[in-house]
Every structure is written in structure tokens, then in C-alpha cells.
Design a protein around this ligand. Structure first.
Ligand SMILES: [Zn+2]
Length: 257
């Protein structure tokens, strides 16, 4: 799974993107270094939260035939969504960052503790218990992740669609009451990722078109099935492949200069 990125420094200087794109691997720290032919060494931060990226990694794993890995990434996406929601609720409670980090440290290694925090905070904010994975889905997930079960493609698709049905309505619910807090959590994330070295320039931020999306307001995008999303990913892969072949061509020419 790769990300296609223009040089945002060129974009800022020229007011429009150049025809040069680089393909990058997704990173844990959300920080993407782009070296362009005009000499920029810029750092662009991806606005997407971990849960948005992880779900896409799961979708790509299905395309590549790694169904166990897809289940694992979808599960991580859901768990990181819990973390994101907890951050939003703490923001709403005006909890300062140091306190948040201190408490998070005590739950960071145990997903059951995180789930407990999410359940209580969600229920106290929305006055209703959130719908989560049912017993059958949980059993299936545990068999795959902990017992080495090899799922079929169909099972991976069903599980991915189940995760979509859990997360998407909750994003809507969060956005209906906590829009300001969501922006604040995203801003903090961007600030944490934006460490610029002396030889680098800031390339600003960029949005990726992930399947689960905090930033997309399009109803058709936010209601598409996993199967349809996979078709879009395949189309994007074609574009990335042609970008890479152009880049390879440029590199070859550069070597002959
Ligand atoms: Zn540039």
C-alpha cells in the first residue's frame, strides 16, 4: 500500500502542483519526507488518524490475498477508533495533555482497559450503550488472531463490512456533538508529527482519501460497501503504478545525464 504525494513546497511556491509525484510507504509517525527535483526536502503530515489508515491497510490486504492480516488490521482500526474517541471525550472534559498521557500510559498495553474506558465515556456522553462487535464476530476475530484460523476472502469482507457498520455511524455521532474537539485532536496530532529538522522545510498537511474518513463529507463515499471501496483502490493502484514507471523513467534519464 502506497501513498502518492506531490511536493507540497513546490505547490506552495508555485500556487499549483507540479507534474512530479513521489510514492511513499505509509508510516507510523504520519510524517512524510519528500525530496523533489527542484531541491526541496520537505515534510508533509498526513491528517488521517491511525484508525482511518489501518482500515485501508486491511482493505489492501484483502486485495493482495492476505485475509488473516486484513482481519488483524480491521481489528486494530476499531481499537484505534476507541482511542481516538477517548481523546475527543477527554478534550471535551478539558483534560490537559500531560494528564491524558499519564492516564493513557496505564491502559496503553491492554486493549480491554481501553475498551472499558471507551464504553463508559461513550455511554456517559451519549446516554446510550454503543453497538460493538457481537459475540460471534468477537469469537471469529479471536480465532483468527490468537488461534491461527485462516479466514476465507468472504469472511474477511464480511468482517470488514461489520467494522464499517460499527465505526461510521459513531463518527457521525461524534461529529454531531464534538466537532470542535475533533478538530482539536487532529490539530494536536498534526503538531506532534510536524517536527522539522534544520535542513527541511514544512510541506504543510495533506489528506488521504481513506475508506473510513473523518474528512469526507460525501454521503456516497461514507456509505460505500467494502467491495466497492476495493474497486476504487484497484483503480488508484493503476495510477500509482503509472506514476512509479514515470519516476523510474526519470531516474533512468537522470543516470545517463
Ligand atoms: Zn519541490
Amino acid at each position: 500500500m502506497k501513498l502518492v504525494m506531490p511536493c507540497m513546497a513546490c505547490f506552495q511556491e508555485l500556487g499549483k502542483p507540479t507534474n512530479e509525484f513521489v510514492t511513499l510507504e505509509f508510516r507510523d509517525d504520519g510524517r512524510y519526507e519528500v525530496h523533489c527535483s527542484r531541491g526541496h526536502n520537505s515534510v508533509t503530515v498526513l491528517q488521517q488518524q491511525k484508525f482511518e489508515i489501518l482500515f485501508d491497510i486491511g482493505a489492501n490486504a484483502i486485495i493482495d490475498g492476505y485475509y488473516r492480516e486484513a482481519i488483524s488490521s480491521f481489528t486494530s482500526s476499531l481499537e484505534r477508533f476507541y482511542e481516538f474517541s477517548i481523546k475527543v471525550f477527554c478534550e471535551n472534559n478539558s483534560m490537559n495533555n500531560d494528564t491524558y498521557l499519564k492516564i493513557w500510559k496505564q491502559v496503553s498495553n491492554q486493549s480491554e482497559r481501553q475498551l472499558g474506558a471507551f464504553l463508559f465515556l461513550w455511554t456517559s456522553k451519549f446516554k446510550e450503550t454503543p453497538e460493538l462487535l457481537n459475540n460471534k464476530d468477537t469469537k471469529f476475530r479471536n480465532e483468527v488472531i490468537h488461534k491461527g484460523k485462516i479466514p476465507t476472502k468472504q469472511e474477511a469482507l464480511i468482517f470488514g463490512n461489520t467494522i464499517l457498520k460499527i465505526i461510521r455511524p459513531k463518527i457521525k455521532q461524534l461529529q454531531s456533538l464534538f466537532e470542535e474537539e475533533i478538530s482539536s485532536v487532529i490539530s494536536k496530532h498534526i503538531r506532534d508529527c510536524s517536527k522539522i529538522e534544520t535542513n527541511q522545510i514544512s510541506g504543510g498537511t495533506m489528506c488521504a482519501n481513506t475508506i473510513i474518513s473523518l474528512s469526507s463529507g460525501e454521503e456516497s463515499h461514507n456509505t460505500q460497501t467494502l467491495e466497492n471501496a476495493l474497486k476504487s483502490i484497484l483503480e488508484s493502484r493503476d495510477i500509482i503504478e503509472s506514476t512509479e514507471s514515470i519516476t523510474r523513467g526519470l531516474n533512468t534519464r537522470a543516470r545517463y545525464v
